[in-house]
Design a protein around this ligand. Structure first.
Ligand SMILES: [Zn+2]
Ligand SMILES: [Zn+2]
Length: 439
């Protein structure tokens, strides 16, 4: 599959210019919500645009500048400055080198809301916390099993910080969130579902839920992925490949009602910046603004001194301190460390449900990382968080369990650790505690 990214825009376009390049820039600015649309039917970009229906804030739309098509006028410059400010670039109002790079980069197809300083919600949310998703098809580059795991991991990022529960159902079941890979024009009859643009540019788009109590339509919540991209679940991705877990998690944010954030490091930022398999505090604020926090029924922890090492040969030294275990791995090795957490499966006469696993640890450098986190109930693995690659100080890293099943036998957390080169101090990991939250 072709992977050459689009080079639609070149630097040098400035106020006063006229022609097709200016029209292309204006199309971009219109589509992503920075410029009033001349002709809403003429939309060469690829996502559901505002307004979507009842409850959208029309005042935001009416404030957008109105440009003269094909002419780089003041309105176009003003809209471009808003985009530059949103993306953290110098608001020059012309297409300089960093701006051309931005315009050519991979991004989400949904519109931005440039007026908002931090996470924005669309005012839309689901009336239930029990959401179902289905995989309508898959992508040729990855096995169906790996796509399924990628979707579980992406949903788990959101379930870990909210009362939401995500269960996979059959494609025929009428799930709230239907996941589909498609190329080019792919709208079902009667839906406003823009075409995809080929490799690069727009990667995916997703549809917001309704504003309660407005009715829910079938396409609401759905997430579509441009199959002209070369998707991968391998981290780091090969050149030109795009991380499916990251993009899926971002799109599911829209499926839940979150808009684009302008906060650097937020998963809900519109531009793709490589693999990001954990939420930022800004994403969590947005999510909890819509769905609230979680009331726990129980929590269980074990100190890091309880950890079991899988491959002794890859350990240079291991020492147990008061509450934690310090392990120095041999250079350029991998290993698995296991926490078995004493779990009361029945509390006050009823069985607990999984909410999430938690880890407290510190690594000596960013080349020694917790790569994978697998969560077990007895001997059954219930979720794999792959390639999270967390290094440095992690006071409370959380790993969701998307479907939040009952706990039957007891919790286990297995962590895959990659130890890089470097000094002993750089190769160390301090395992402080492992825990589980239950509802
Ligand atoms: Zn988006
Ligand atoms: Zn679509």
């Amino acid at each position: 599959m072709a992977t050459k990214a689009k080079e639609r825009f070149t630097a040098g376009l400035a106020p006063g210019a006229r022609g097709e390049d200016v029209t292309a820039l204006q199309d971009y600015l219109e589509h992503f919500g920075y410029l009033a649309a001349e002709d809403p039917e003429h939309d060469t970009f690829c996502g559901p645009s505002y307004p979507l229906g009842d409850g959208d804030d029309l005042a935001v739309l009416e404030d957008r500048p109105d440009a003269d098509a094909g002419s780089f006028d003041d309105a176009t410059a003003e809209a471009l400055r808003h985009l530059q400010a949103y993306a953290g670039l110098r608001p020059t109002g012309e297409v300089d080198e960093p701006t051309a790079q931005l315009l050519n980069s991979k991004r989400c197809g949904n519109a931005d809301q440039s007026e908002l300083a931090e996470f924005s919600t669309s005012g839309r949310k689901w009336a239930t916390n029990n959401l179902r998703y289905s995989l309508e098809n898959t992508t040729p580059n990855i096995t169906t099993g790996a796509v399924t795991m990628a979707m579980q991991q992406a949903f788990a990022m959101w379930s870990a910080h909210s009362p939401l529960r995500f269960t996979q159902v059959a494609a025929s079941a009428g799930a709230e969130i239907r996941i589909r890979f498609a190329t080019g024009a792919h709208a079902a009859t009667g839906t406003n579902d823009p075409a995809f643009d080929g490799p690069g540019g727009v990667l995916a788009h997703a549809f917001y839920p309704s504003v309660p109590p407005a009715p829910v339509t079938a396409i609401m919540g759905d997430a579509h992925f441009d199959d002209a991209e070369t998707w991968t679940v391998t981290v780091p991705p090969q050149a030109g490949h795009t991380d499916l877990v990251t993009v899926a998690a971002h799109e599911f944010g829209h499926s839940l009602g979150l808009g684009h954030s302008s906060v650097n490091g937020a998963l809900m930022q519109a531009f793709y910046g490589g693999p990001q398999r954990t939420l930022h505090a800004d994403d969590i604020s947005g999510l909890q603004h819509l769905y609230g926090g979680v009331t726990l029924r129980h929590a269980a922890w074990i100190h890091g001194t309880g950890v079991q090492v899988e491959v002794d040969d890859n350990v240079e030294s291991i020492r147990r301190y008061g509450f934690y275990t310090r392990i120095i791995g041999k250079p350029n090795t991998t290993n698995w460390y296991h926490f078995a957490i004493p779990t009361p499966v029945i509390v006050a006469g009823s069985r607990l449900n999984w909410h999430r696993a938690l880890l407290r640890f510190v690594t000596g450098s960013t080349s020694t990382v917790v790569r994978d986190v697998h969560v077990y109930d007895g001997s059954s693995r219930i979720i794999a968080h792959q390639a999270v690659n967390l290094g440095g100080s992690n006071a409370m890293a959380v790993f969701g369990v998307p479907h939040k099943p009952p706990v039957y036998w007891g919790a286990g957390i297995s962590i895959g650790v990659t130890t890089g080169a470097g000094t002993a101090s750089e190769r160390r990991i301090d395992l402080i505690s492992g825990g589980v939250d239950f509802t």
